[in-house]
Design a protein around this ligand. Structure first.
Ligand code: HEM
Ligand SMILES: *[C@@H]1O[C@H](CO)[C@@H](O)[C@H](O)[C@H]1NC(C)=O
Ligand SMILES: *[C@@H]1O[C@H](CO)[C@@H](O)[C@H](O)[C@H]1NC(C)=O
Ligand SMILES: *[C@@H]1O[C@H](CO)[C@@H](O)[C@H](O)[C@H]1NC(C)=O
Length: 511
């Protein structure tokens, strides 16, 4: 297979977790909604073959009705996953809260795109809009109820930097250093012009009530790279199947309760302590990650795996696939250990159907097929932590590359699910911030997970800038370690947000 040598480097990562649900859906939402407008003929979402399809409106409506979920009250970005074409993240601070509140209800709320609206092309807006607030943003609105029993969200991401393995804040976007960002508005469409128009008209409506602090554009990569992140690997294959939303789970897709993602719903471990208005909201973790693309490919070129029957180029490709755990096509190395298998990669009924467990291999020691350190094994160890796999270990990602292809500047955005980690003897609360942080800190950055000597995740593992020693990358010698002196993914910071339900925007947040 041919590796892509992009001369691009920066990557931005956005993590978000969403959580909440309704015991019984409201008969109708009383707040203002825009009439369904002249709409589009082309979807604003991508749909690569390899990713599970979104449910049809009919199927999602039936699933939601059975589960008591109100998809009209849940912001559209939360459950959709990694399918946006073009996106703009507009970070703002609230300069005049008294002026902003009525504008939130009258001008922003009517634009907020629901989950239901995104499921049919005919009801998709020209530009989808979602909004989320940081703790300091909620404070500015006089909304001070504790959303979580931990303080990860309320303290903000800057205070959490050391826990994430970042080497201080020297690489951080200056606007993220501190707690000055009050919220983020997410715009999504199929063209930048549509987004620019939506931004301009919203800015005109909001006037001086807010100030733009920072913005970031992101886009699915073009043509056959759609859905691929900047190192060239297909992403968005393995996201959990959410009760009340996903209708047709693929083999290997992890089933999770709605409360894993949505606050206040069944399965939310903190359901009894969430404020009522937080129900059906979700925590959104935004991480801007820069990918050192040429450095990554140069490393592969310089260190091909030497195995009989493989050319040097194939050995380099194999090394990259073993670092990720999947080939560029999306085919898992657990099922395709030596060569990419694009047919397998493109088949969502097969490309996620594996557990790392095989009859001819000892699960606890044998990493011939997939290294314990591989990115997808670090972030979802499947059978490594026992079977059946616990649903608490799954996260929802909504990443998107950012930066124009021509400049080879890329970004990724993810939404992460709220989860419970208690099984792993960590007393973390079920919260998206803790979920993301747990994955980054306790799994990816932990050289002793899932076994002693495994090393950190070679893609996202971070040790505050120190060199990283990775085990298991060479299938011919499991005792060999590889020392990485470069972090191929560099944190540029971010913030933790809460993405409220539409009814919370209409009531608690705007009065
Ligand atoms: C620029 C940074 C990153 C890149 C290039 C990247 C790339 C990838 C790729 C190619 C996949 C395989 C596609 C799939 O299984 O859907 C994947 C899966 C995944 N990534 Fe990342 N990722 C990045 C950052 C992160 C971070 C920071 C986290 C969490 C802390 C994370 C968590 C996950 C999870 C949970 C999966 C799915 C594993 C599974 O279900 O089997 N990723 N990533
Ligand atoms: C927030 O509460 C304070 C104290 O009650 C009040 O003075 C202020 O006007 C409130 N601000 C808004 C935007 O409601
Ligand atoms: C998934 O994997 C199992 C076990 O290997 C196999 O029996 C089953 O047929 C696979 N499903 C599909 C759709 O390929
Ligand atoms: C490890 O697993 C591979 C493939 O699953 C198998 O061929 C090999 O014999 C196993 N090695 C040992 C030492 O058991």
């Amino acid at each position: 297979m041919k590796l892509r040598f992009n001369n691009v480097v920066p990557t931005v990562v956005l993590f978000a977790s969403l959580a909440s649900a309704l015991a019984s859906p409201p008969a109708s939402l009383k707040h203002k909604r825009a009439p369904v407008q002249p709409r589009r003929v082309n979807s604003l979402l991508i749909n690569p073959d390899a990713q599970p399809d979104l449910p049809t409106l009919k199927a999602a409506t039936a699933a939601a009705s059975t589960a008591g979920l109100n998809l009209d009250d849940i912001q559209g970005d939360i459950l959709i996953g990694m399918k946006k074409k073009e996106q703009l993240f507009y970070f703002f601070s609230i300069t005049d809260a008294a002026a902003f509140k009525p504008l939130l209800a009258d001008d922003i709320l009517p634009l907020i795109t629901t989950t239901t609206q995104l499921l049919s092309v005919s009801t998709q807006p020209i530009t989808a809009v979602n909004i989320a607030f940081s703790q300091t943003g909620l404070n500015a609105l006089n909304v001070t109820d504790a959303l979580s029993t931990d303080t990860v969200f309320s303290n903000g991401q800057f205070a959490d930097l050391a826990n994430l393995g970042d080497p201080g804040s020297t690489n951080w976007v200056p606007e993220f250093t501190g707690t000055g960002i009050h919220g983020v508005i997410l715009f999504a469409s199929d063209t930048q012009d549509n987004i620019d128009n939506a931004v301009a008209s919203l800015e005109a409506a909001l006037g001086d009530s807010i100030t733009k602090v920072y913005s970031l554009s992101a886009a699915a990569r073009p043509d056959d790279q759609a859905g691929h992140e900047h190192f060239g690997f297909l992403d968005g294959i393995s996201n959990p199947a959410v009760t009340g939303f996903t209708s047709n789970a693929m083999p290997g897709q992890a089933p999770v309760a709605a409360g894993t993602i949505l606050l206040g719903e069944t399965g939310d471990a903190q359901v009894s302590t969430r404020p009522a208005w937080a129900k059906d909201g979700s925590f959104l973790v935004f991480r801007q990650l820069k990918q050192l693309v040429p450095e990554f490919h140069q490393f592969l070129t310089n260190n091909p795996i030497v195995e009989s029957g493989l050319t040097a180029e194939q050995g380099s490709a194999l090394l990259g696939a073993r670092m990720v755990g999947r080939w560029p096509s999306g085919a898992p190395i657990d099922l395709a250990p030596l060569f990419d298998d694009p047919e397998l990669g493109a088949d969502p009924t097969r490309n996620n159907n594996f557990t790392f467990q095989h009859p001819d291999a000892t699960l606890a020691t044998n990493q011939t097929r997939c290294p314990f350190s591989a990115h997808i094994r670090k972030t979802r160890p499947r059978a490594d932590l026992g079977t059946p796999e616990e649903s608490a270990h799954h996260i929802m990602r909504a990443g998107i590359p950012y930066g124009p292809e021509a400049l080879t500047i890329y970004s990724c955005l993810w939404h992460h699910l709220d989860r419970t980690w208690s099984r792993f003897r960590f007393a973390y609360q079920s919260s998206i911030a803790n979920g993301f942080r747990f994955l980054q800190k306790t799994w990816a950055n932990n050289a002793g997970f899932v076994h002693a000597g495994v090393g950190v995740d070679p893609i996202i593992g971070a040790l505050a800038g120190a060199q990283r020693v990775i085990g298991g990358l060479d299938p011919t010698d499991s005792t060999k370690t590889t020392t990485l002196t470069t972090d191929f993914v560099v944190s540029r910071g971010g913030e933790y947000f809460f993405s409220p339900s539409l009814s919370a925007i209409a009531s608690k947040l705007s009065v």
